[in-house]
Design a protein around this ligand. Sequence first.
Ligand SMILES: *Cc1c(COP(=O)(O)O)cnc(C)c1O
Length: 410
Amino acid sequence: MARINENFLKLKAGYLFPEIARRVNAFTEGNPEAAKRLIRCGIGDVTEPLPEACRQAMHEAIDELGNAATFKGYGPEQGYAFLREAIVENQFAGLGIAADEVFISDGSKCDTGNILDIFGKGNVIAITDPVYPVYVDTNVMIGNTGDADETGAYAGLVYLPCTPENGFVPAIPDRKVDLVYLCYPNNPTGATATRAQLEAWVAYARANQAIILYDAAYEAFIQDPELPRSIFEIEGARDCAMEFRSFSKNGGFTGVRCAYIVIPKTLKGYTADGQEQAIHPLWSRRHSTKFNGASYPVQKGAAAVFSEAGKAQVAALIEGYMGNAKLLREACAAAGLPVFGGVNAPYVWVGCPAGLTSWDMFDKMLNEANVVITPGSGFGAAGEGYFRISAFNTRANVEEVCRRIGATFG
Ligand SMILES: *Cc1c(COP(=O)(O)O)cnc(C)c1O
């Protein structure tokens, strides 16, 4: 009898995006004419083409693979030195990060899930609410939670509510936790964390021998020079944090797939009997056992993000998306809706009109404006009463979405 991992049965059936897809499909089938004007601002996927510099680097890499003299088979599991070094020079200069503390992968979604392989049972895990659903569901799958209640909250997780009152950066817990997921700039709220806020988290983690899992997938969207771009800008973070980064949102690599984790060699965990153990060799072993390296052309394409041309092309992409965010913010504010985020992040987080739940708002936007948004409650109980609009779209689509928001709520 083949036994299954019964933790999977605890997962709430409607993982957010499948439920959105179900409602959109039902709408499309019932309203074939209106479906033609549907604009999707739901899933956080980029829309603009890959930067020329990246495409060119990938073409050249493919040609190398077509020549016996330059052919490459398996590469180093942790990633090619050219990319690890380019990352350190361009993203972590002056922060004391070495190239061999960078582990290249095929995505932050898998990295943030897979990292749980190296942590033990019994950790108290804190997540922000609302949150990127991957952190929660991967903890459910591995057995770190009990069952979900009717609001979708899992027993055993410590939820840290993020609200307008705390600027969507949670208060430091009044209890001891062992692993904390933080994501800034935030998906879904578009909020950012200040240096002082991250300093408080680092102090808390160090005092409690906890580890911060810092997701900086949206670092490139930070416009305010005062905001920290990396957790490693905070003194002491090397001892209590790892950072997840991705080429998905800056370089538009959502379909190409390349990301990395930075794990300082000084980051420690503990055995059940309290012995210190460095995290770096554990992840190194895990990564090289279960992963055979990101593809060579992809890593070449990723490195090209840091070329002079690549930097200019990425800057233009970010500028375009942030221009969209500004228009969406203005349209929602003009419609009298409370607006958050969208200033240093490609997501605008909007309060629903009085009396409407997140899914009511989803249905209203779908049926009346023919625009797909993401219901805030899909990201956690504290997301109820909000919705997320993604700025990842063409300018023409965003302008049309703004007009329709005006027509629907103006
Ligand atoms: C998009 C996103 C990522 C990047 O995921 P990839 O698997 O690298 O595409 C990571 N974290 C968050 C919160 C995201 O929204």
